[in-house]
Design a protein around this ligand. Structure first.
Ligand code: ROI
Length: 166
């Protein structure tokens, strides 16, 4: 199985509930296990105009799905939760980004891995650090601790909300 990190974000229609529903759907994915789940983070929206704050989390999966099959699966979950792709970087009910897939670098029309903007995004880097035991080295040789030193955590709050409710 390949370790794959995915990022979840929502800033519309009860974000906490959106992320919980997404987690439940991800638990059902074939050939895939959820290995780790970060805390939920409240983050200021990156993007145009005025948008509500986001809730974000990062998950570590172990998967036998190919990168494109995994992308198809998470995009289906986004659609199932009412995602409308209209305004680039606009508000959304659910966004699931494929951040890292093993050590692969992928640059195709549909998919770029590592996620091209993850290195600048505090709402990705901080939860990623929370669930990685070691200082992750990305396929381009950059390492998570160095990226974190260059990335402010202002406007990012680790919440106490549990993502898993049992
Ligand atoms: N901003 C934050 N804080 N969190 C996100 O998950 C997020 N996702 C996006 C854009 C619109 C770029 N901004 C975001 O897709």
């Amino acid at each position: 199985m390949t370790p794959a990190y995915i990022g979840l974000g929502s800033n519309l229609c009860d974000p906490k509930n959106q992320l919980r529903k997404a987690l439940a759907a991800l638990e059902q994915l074939r050939d895939t296990r959820i290995e780790r789940i970060s805390s939920l983070y409240r983050s200021a929206a990156v993007g145009p105009g005025v948008q509500p704050n986001y809730l974000n989390a990062v998950l570590l999966l172990a998967t036998d799905l190919s990168p494109i099959a995994l992308l198809d699966a998470v995009q289906q979950i986004e659609l199932d939760q009412g995602r409308v792709r209209d305004i680039r970087w606009g508000a959304r009910t659910l966004d699931i980004d494929l951040l890292l897939y093993g050590d692969l670098k992928i640059d195709s029309l549909r998919l770029t891995v590592p996620h091209p903007r993850m290195q600048q995004r505090n709402f990705v880097l901080y939860p990623l650090r929370e669930i990685s035991d070691t200082n992750l080295v990305l396929p381009d040789g950059s390492d998570l601790d160095t990226l974190l030193q260059q990335c402010t955590d202002v406007d990012l709050i680790r919440t106490e909300y549990p993502l898993l409710v049992n």
